[in-house]
Design a protein. Structure first.
Ligand SMILES: *Cc1c(COP(=O)(O)O)cnc(C)c1O
Length: 442
């Protein structure tokens, strides 16, 4: 476990007090009782601490910079209320994320609008909202901006530096075969950037990349920085100045024992120093640096609470412990074979010697949250907690099987309150319509 702090257990600032799990000064089992399960819990102080640390590190190591929060990790109004005052900008990838960020009070000038297929409506909405930067990912998008804008829009181009970050293959986004970005290697990136000159509403300001997610090796970022700064040299030689360099996100966090992330500050400080040196060595103008961490700001701020229901032993094979959540609140296991750590909320320090598979309640055999993990003997009614669910859980949740998406409760200094309210059955049918012509159906 990575933290030495006595009763901290290495997942964000979650601790064990009197054998019981404690988050943000609140007892996890008591939260389950008060709010019900399944429940997402979000430790505000941890997210603030991590986001502020990123801002501080860049201020020190590379002052000409912006930290943008990657909205897709966890998007709801309150998160912008938490990060905007710390000086962060935001990256959004859809009209919905943009709308939420603006509703949460994010300054549009500090928003970077990503996405490989922004629709005409989304581009128009972003222009109308005075979004600071478009990160363009296709010629189609350039044409849309040219057509819809009434003044020049700041544009970065998403390029593919061809770095293979060592992480799960489904999360990689910049391998040579990627739907994201223009390839540097085959000359496409350079030619689209040169072609941008002919658009009167396109103001080229820089280049962006994102080499993957849940990355543990700082070298992955160093390779990306080398490739991106080499590309800046190339662009300069063609008479194109690069004011902004966006290196994306991807810093890894702690899910299971084997994960050994550096601290967020270490990743970012290392990359910032490496960039400063890379720029000097090449004799290019130091660009404004943008980092876009998502998972590493909110991931370990979150945990999910479930209640154990049915327990079923398959003779000589395994014991399934079914919980009241599943792939509708955590699709990452079925999507990426993601692995998690579980504990019992009111005896969290008990390692146990029973081997269980944790099953979700959806009608899919693949709806398993953990396979073959060791826990103390469980009974129906026990509250299970699983860690590092602050990123890509609520934001990826669905209403599959018409399960309600669990609410998100913020905790801070012993206080708790909703940041996302529970869905009711009425919410689930809110947009359902029975077409009038169905009256003819006999
Ligand atoms: C997903 C994404 C991020 C955030 O990645 P994390 O792994 O959550 O830090 C940042 N920038 C871009 C362009 C992304 O697609």
């Amino acid at each position: 476990m990575k933290k030495s702090n006595s009763n901290r257990i290495g997942f964000g600032d979650i601790s064990i007090q009197n054998h019981r799990l404690n988050v943000g000064g609140c007892d996890a089992a008591e939260l389950a009782k008060e709010y019900g399960t399944p429940l997402y819990v979000f430790d505000v102080n941890y997210a603030v601490k991590t986001a502020a640390a990123y801002v501080d590190v860049l201020k020190r190591e590379y002052p000409n910079s912006t930290v943008c929060y990657a909205s897709k990790a966890f998007c709801c109004k309150a998160i912008y209320r938490i990060i905007a005052p710390l000086g962060l900008g935001a990256d959004v990838v859809s009209g919905g994320e943009l709308y939420t960020a603006l509703s949460g009070g994010m300054n549009p000038k500090k928003i970077y609008f990503h996405g490989n297929n922004k629709t005409e409506e989304e581009v128009a909405f972003a222009i109308k909202s005075s979004v600071g930067y478009f990160v363009v990912d296709s010629l189609h998008e350039l044409e849309l901006i040219e057509k819809l804008a009434y003044s020049p829009q700041n544009v970065l181009f998403r390029v593919n530096p061809g770095v293979e970050a060592h992480t799960h293959r489904f999360i990689q986004t910049t391998t040579p075969d990627s739907k994201f970005g223009f390839s540097i290697a085959d000359g496409t990136a350079e030619s689209v950037i040169l072609s941008a000159r002919k658009y009167k509403n396109v103001n080229f300001v820089g280049i962006a990349c994102h080499i993957g997610s849940q990355i543990f090796e700082p070298q992955s970022f160093e390779i990306a920085i080398d490739k991106m700064t080499d590309f800046i040299v190339k662009l300069n030689s063609l008479g194109v100045q690069v004011e902004r360099l966006d290196l994306g996100g991807g810093f890894g966090v702690h899910y299971i024992e084997e994960d050994r992330p550096l601290t967020p500050e270490q990743y970012m400080a290392n990359s910032a120093r490496y960039l400063a040196t890379a720029v000097k060595r090449r004799g290019i103008t130091a660009p404004h640096l943008i980092f876009e961490p998502g998972r590493s700001i909110v991931g370990e701020a979150g945990l999910t609470l479930y209640t154990v229901g049915a327990i079923k032993t398959i003779k000589d094979l395994k014991t399934y412990v079914a919980v009241d959540g599943g792939m509708f609140d955590n699709p990452r296991v079925s999507l990426y074979d993601a692995r998690y750590t579980f504990v019992v909320a009111d005896r969290a320090d008990e390692k146990g010697d029973k081997v269980y598979s944790i099953a979700g309640k959806c009608c899919e055999s693949g709806d398993i949250l953990a396979d073959g993990i060791t826990l103390p003997e469980l009974k129906s009614g026990d509250v299970l907690a699983t860690f590092t669910t602050g990123a890509y859980h609520y934001s990826m949740a669905s209403n599959y099987n018409r399960n309600a998406i669990p609410p998100v409760v913020a905790v801070k200094d012993g206080k708790s309150a909703y940041m996302v309210k529970p869905q009711t059955y009425e919410d689930l049918i809110r947009n359902d319509v029975i077409p009038l012509f169905l009256e003819d159906v006999k």
